[in-house]
Write a protein that binds this ligand. Structure first.
Ligand SMILES: [Zn+2]
Length: 100
């Protein structure tokens, strides 16, 4: 579930908004809870991601979004490679899907 932090340009109020999905974020117009202004600055929450040793496949979608939005092409590349590699290794039915 993506969560975004905003700062109101009118009154300086900081607040967070959670969306059910990225599509909801696209459709929604967030407003300041204090003064209802829609003139907001979006705060990119910095996520500390080590250069190596990160298991991207275990990341939540929110964390992945943070990587994508960080604009760090190498990190994004690494993430997709790891996620894709995991998919290829999972050839065939998943072991957990045993018919009952
Ligand atoms: Zn405000």
């Amino acid at each position: 579930m993506p969560q975004y932090d905003f700062r109101c340009k009118a009154c300086g109020q900081r607040f967070s908004v959670r969306y059910k999905s990225y599509a909801h974020y696209d459709a929604a117009t967030p407003r300041c809870p204090a003064c209802e202004a829609s003139d907001l600055a979006r705060l990119i929450t910095a996520v500390a991601i080590p250069r190596s040793g990160r298991d991207y496949a275990k990341m939540s979608s929110g964390e992945m979004l943070s990587v994508l939005e960080s604009g760090d092409g190498r990190q994004v590349d690494d993430m997709f490679k790891q996620v894709r590699g995991r998919d290829e290794a999972d050839d065939g039915p998943a072991p957990s899907e045993t018919p009952s």
